[in-house]
Design a binder for this molecule. Structure first.
Ligand code: SF4
Length: 207
């Protein structure tokens, strides 16, 4: 694998795609801060010397035997929705060839905010699942934790989580298990009662 150009990587049962290092957040907990390990995650270095083209992303995915994996997950070291158009192109190419792998995007949920348009319809027929980081239970805590570039990111993320359910069969919202119990329960109510998504408390992975 070319140094500084890890486009796809295996983790668990899935194949992950690293389409960009751009992000409109600067989360306190972001694995990208772990410089001690050279910016590694799951033993892969995901800092890209440049963004891969859509053709390079497709070629990297197709270099794997996809029947080995449960899911193809677009995430990486940055916010994948920056590349939504190219990702859609990649998935369309794969589907045109009859590929049926389960597709997922892990996102901070501000794709529509950062693009200045509703990107939700673009997920239709392309993604089986979207997982959105809910992180916390108030906009104030969210801003302090994630430092979003745009104002109103928390409300925009929640609106995205509601809207995307029209287009994607499974929409999940996640928090990590290191936040206080009360906050975990508040987030459960926001996810299940207010938004109607599937709730998951995930284990915090340090690096
Ligand atoms: S949204 Fe993800 S990639 Fe961006 S700063 Fe937060 S944890 Fe890191």
């Amino acid at each position: 694998m070319e140094k500084g150009f890890t486009i796809t990587y295996e983790y668990g049962d899935n194949l992950y795609v690293n389409p960009t290092n751009r992000c409109n957040f600067n989360c306190e907990f972001c694995l990208r801060h772990n410089q001690g390990s050279g910016g590694s995650i799951y033993t892969h270095n995901l800092w890209l010397k440049r963004e891969p083209t859509k053709e390079e992303i497709l070629a990297s995915i197709e270099s794997h035997d996809l029947s080995k994996y449960k899911q193809l997950v677009f995430v990486g070291f940055g916010e994948p929705s920056y590349r939504i158009e190219d990702i859609c192109w990649v998935i369309d190419q794969m589907k045109a060839k009859g590929e049926k792998i389960y597709t997922r995007m892990d996102t901070n949920g501000t794709g529509s905010l950062l693009h200045g348009r509703d990107i939700c319809p673009e997920f239709a027929g392309r993604f089986d699942m979207v997982s959105i980081s809910l992180n916390t239970d108030t906009a104030e805590k969210y801003d302090a934790l994630c430092h979003p570039v745009q104002e109103g990111a928390y409300e925009a993320m929640k609106a995205f989580a509601k809207e995307i359910q029209k287009y994607v069969p499974t929409v999940m919202m996640t928090v990590v298990d290191t936040i206080p119990k009360e906050e975990i329960e508040n987030c459960r109510k926001i996810c299940e009662d207010e938004i109607g998504a599937v709730y998951r408390v995930r284990e915090y992975i340090e690096d």
